[in-house]
Design a protein around this ligand. Sequence first.
Ligand code: FAD
Length: 392
Amino acid sequence: MDFDLSAEELTFEKEVVAFLEANHSDEVMDPNPEHLSQTVETPPKRAFMGKLADQGWLGMSWPKEYGGQEKSGIYDFLLTEALARYGTPQPGKGVGIVGKTIIRNGNDELKAYFLPRIIRGEIEFAIGYSEPQAGSDAASMQLKAEKDDARGGWVLSGHKIWTTSAHFADWYWVGARTGEHKHKGITLFLIPMDHEGFEIHPTYTIGDERTNEVFFNDVFVPDSHVVGEVGKGWTYICEALDLERFAMLPVGPVEMKVKGLIEYVREATLDGEPLAQDPVVRQTIAKLRTDLEVARKLQRKVISEALKSRVPTIEAAMYKMWQSQLGQRVADAALDLMGPDGQLKPGQDEAPVNGRYERSYRYTVVDTIGGGTSEVQKNIIAARGLGLPKSF
Ligand SMILES: Cc1cc2nc3c(=O)[nH]c(=O)nc-3n(C[C@H](O)[C@H](O)[C@H](O)COP(=O)(O)OP(=O)(O)OC[C@H]3O[C@@H](n4cnc5c(N)ncnc54)[C@H](O)[C@@H]3O)c2cc1C
């Protein structure tokens, strides 16, 4: 695995850190980032995206004709990791999933409207794949898109669930069924989120985050807002996920949690004795620190493969499973080490580390589900990596 950063890449990393220090803001940054935050809900967070754009850091790997710099994907990775360590929102969805798919497959109208707005950090997207009967097996989506030749477009009706950001995003990136074939019957559409015919209902998660159910009541979409070719949506969805996984899963948040727990163990006492004197505590911490090193190495393997223009499907599955489950192990260990007080919520006087690990214990559940569950990652490793039979 070849992964030494060049002098230019190291300089860029330092520039980003200096920028984040200079632009420190409690309204934008979470000092205890739980996971990759793609939430750009508030005006200060939107303004922060604009500042990243002013630095020329959005769409660095895009072609020059669309405002990019044709830089290696390593720059996107370095930016994502630095932003994750400071708990800021991430540009991943717009620049990565939507932008790169439009560049590869979009018509001229979509390119002209969306690409400049994405690269200026002005536009937010919600991603709509999951439905009541389509989660891990997203290709089972049933949201119906029927051709309306008289009006030159499509009429969408049905129901999406788990659409994070639907309550504040500008545009909806939606997969819908345009044909009967499971995979070749899916088409991607772009729809303004304030379009008539949408009903948005909140869903609150164990991690206090809002996601949404979205009902489509005969939502009309013109032909010009079909992404790429009709019936190729599934191919585009898979391509985007395979190519973007490494930029979407920084190791920074887990690193911060392990670091925070080591600091706690150094300072804390139990029955008047330093906690760190307990050999079981030391072994627990040593094991977590080692597991973190494994996560870093797995992540580097993903990036190293992606930079060789290989699609790192198996490596990304290994990393995603390990990294998200490690987040849970860290929170679990923290609550064990802290005793009953560990269960106190942020803001309560006696809560150790201001309830950070109580919050983490709840938030990390989501990490093992979103972006493909741990079981799905294991299936990918078994079937595609080891050639064992597929389970579905
Ligand atoms: C907080 C949150 C935010 C989300 N945001 C979005 C979003 O913005 N847009 C979007 O489209 N989706 C989003 N999702 C949906 C997410 O992608 C799905 O929840 C996920 O893919 C799992 O699907 P499911 O919930 O239907 O579970 P299911 O697929 O029904 O799985 C249920 C259980 O069965 C297991 N399982 C399923 N299939 C197999 C198999 N073949 N072999 C072994 N075990 C299996 C799973 O691992 C899981 O434990 C979000 C989810 C959450 C929780």
